[in-house]
Design a binder for this molecule. Structure first.
Ligand SMILES: C[S@@+](CC[C@H](N)C(=O)[O-])C[C@H]1O[C@@H](n2cnc3c(N)ncnc32)[C@H](O)[C@@H]1O
Length: 183
C-alpha cells in the first residue's frame, strides 16, 4: 500500500548525497540517543516482528540503523530534513516519508505493525505520540508495536492487552530493552 498517497503535503525529496559525518554530534544531541542503535539492537527489533503478515511502519528512522534490518516493504518515517535526505540516498528503493509520525498514525487505514525508535523519555512530544498510538490501537490500525528503552520502564503501559520485554541488548550504547505490545 502506498501510504504516501494518504498524507497531504508529503513531498518527494530529490536524491542528494550528504555527509553522514557533518553535524554528527549536533544531530545525535537532538535525537534523544547517545548514538544510533547498534546492528544487534536493530536485529532484535526486526526479529520481534518476524512472522507477522501485516504492513510494517517504522517511526523515527534516523540514519537507518533499524531501517536496514527491516524488510524492503517497510515504510519508514523520518521528519528531520537531513536524516530524511540521507535515508533517501542510502535506501533508494525504500518508501521513506518525511512527515510527523504522530499525525501519520492517525492516517493509517489498515492493520499495521509499528517499529518505533522515537525516544520515549526526554521527548517533550512523547505524550502526543502515546495518545496517537492509543487512538490507532483502538481504531484497529496498530496491532503490534515494537520499541526500545534504556531503562526497564514500560512507555506504552495500559494501551495494548499484552506488553512484554522481548529482549535486552547489551551490544548497544547504552544497552537497551526491547518491548513488544500486541493484542
Ligand atoms: C533516537 S533516533 C533513532 C534513530 C534510529 N532509528 C536508531 O534507532 O538509532 C529518533 C529519530 O526519530 C525522529 N523523530 C522524533 N520524533 C519524530 C516524529 N514525531 N516524527 C518523525 N520522526 C521523529 C528524530 O528526528 C530521530 O531521527
Amino acid at each position: 500500500m502506498d501510504y504516501s498517497q494518504t498524507v497531504p503535503g508529503v513531498r518527494v525529496a530529490a536524491k542528494k548525497p550528504v555527509s553522514r559525518i557533518a553535524g554528527f554530534f549536533a544531530a545525535n544531541g537532538s535525537i534523544g540517543a547517545i548514538c544510533e542503535s547498534s546492528r544487534f539492537l536493530a536485529k532484535r527489533m526486526a526479529k520481534a516482528i518476524e512472522g507477522i503478515d501485516q504492513p510494517i511502519l517504522e517511526l523515527g528512522a534516523g540514519y537507518g540503523s533499524v531501517t536496514a534490518a527491516l524488510p524492503e516493504s517497510t515504510i519508514s518515517i523520518e521528519r528531520e530534513a537531513e536524516r530524511f535526505t540521507y535515508l533517501r540516498h542510502t535506501f533508494p528503493k525504500r518508501n521513506i516519508i518525511d512527515t510527523c509520525a504522530i499525525a501519520f498514525l492517525d492516517e493509517l487505514t489498515q492493520p499495521t505493525v509499528v517499529v518505533s525508535s522515537i525516544p520515549n523519555v526526554n521527548n517533550p512530544e512523547f505524550a502526543l505520540l502515546r495518545d496517537s498510538v492509543a487512538r490507532a490501537y483502538k481504531a484497529g490500525t496498530v496491532t503490534t508495536l515494537i520499541t526500545y528503552t534504556y531503562f526497564p520502564r514500560n512507555p506504552f503501559a495500559g494501551i495494548f492487552p499484552k506488553s512484554e520485554v522481548v529482549g535486552f541488548e547489551l551490544l548497544n550504547v547504552p544497552p537497551a530493552f526491547v518491548w513488544r505490545y500486541s493484542c
